[in-house]
Ligand binder design. Sequence first.
Ligand code: IPM
Ligand code: MN
Length: 355
Amino acid sequence: MKIAVLPGDGIGPEIVAEAVNVLNALGESFTLEEAPVGGAGYEAKGHPLPDSTLDLAKQADAILFGAVGDWKYDSLERALRPEQAILGLRKHLSLFANFRPAILYKELASASSLKPEVVSGLDILIVRELNGDIYFGQPRGVRAAPDGPFAGAKEGFDTMRYSEPEVQRIAHVAFQAAQKRNRKVTSVDKSNVLETSQLWRDTMIEVAKQYPDVELSHMYVDNAAMQLVKAPKAFDVVVTGNMFGDILSDQAAMLTGSIGMLPSASLDKSNKGLYEPSHGSAPDIAGKGIANPLATILSAAMMLRYSLGKAEQADRVENAVKAVLAQGLRTADIWSEGTTKVGTQQMGAAVVAAL
Ligand code: IPM
Ligand code: MN
C-alpha cells in the first residue's frame, strides 16, 4: 500500500514527520512517498499543486496531508496561492465527503471555553460536502455590475450551486455514518432564503426514506451556529454544504478547546482518502518545535481505518494518543497547570513509545 505524504507549509512538515514516525512504528509494509504541495509546491515547481504531486496523489491508496498557506503568498494571483492545492486535490480526486469529528477528550475538558457540563463527553461528527457549492460554482469573477443601483461599478460574484446527485451522495454518507453512531442526522441549510438550500433540504428528505432507522432533522445555519454553542451535545451527525461546513466545523472544533487534537478525512466514493489535521499551517509557530502533532497522528489513524483497512492499527494509534494524554503530556496549545509541557518531537516520540 502506497501513502502519498504531502507535508506542505508552516507547521505541516513538523507535524507530518511525527505522524510518519508513528506509521513506520506499526510494523506494516507501507510505502511512503513525499511530495511538495502548497507554498512548498510553488517554491519547488512553480505551482501549489505540481503535476508530479497530483500524479503521486492519484496513484496512492491514501494521502497524508499537513497544512498549506503562509501570509507571504497572499499577494500571488489566486491560482498560485497555497489554498489552491487542497481545493485542487479535493476536486481532482473527487474527495466529496469530509468527516470532521469534534471530540472532547476527558483529559482536556478544561481546554474548552465553554462550561464543562455543556461540553463534557462531546462527540459530534460534521459531514461537510467538499466538491460543490459556492467554492466551485461557475460563473464567478470580477466584472462591471450589469444592472442595479451600482451598475457599471466593479463587482465580485460567485455562484452557489448543488445538483441533486451531489446532495444525494453526501446524504447517503451522512446517514450511513449516523447508523454507526447515535442515528441522528441534522441537515443544515438556509432554505428560508436560498434555492440551493431548498433543493438540498428536499433531497435530504427523499434520501432519508431509505434510512428509516435514522432520525433526520433540519436547521437553518444561523440557528445551527447558535445551538452548537448552546447545546452541542444535542447533535450527533451534522451534514451540510461546503461553505456552511467550513464555518461550522471550525466552530465545532473550538468547542473542544483544542483544534490541535482534531483529525479529518476527505473521502471519495470508494474510500480512497486524504487525511489532514483540522487546523491550518500556523506560520506564526512554524519551525519552533511546539506545534501539536496529535491531530495529524489521529488523521493517520483515520487513514488506517477508512482507506487502508487496518482498523486494529487505527485503534492502537488512538489508544496510544489517549495514553500520552493520561500520562499528562501536553503541547503548549493544550497545556494546563499540573501537566507536563512537551514539544512536537517529544509528543510524537511518546505516542510511538505508547504503541
Ligand atoms: C479547510 C480550509 C480550506 C477550506 C481552505 C484552506 C481552502 O479552511 O479545510 O477548512 O476553506 O476548505
Ligand atoms: Mn476551514
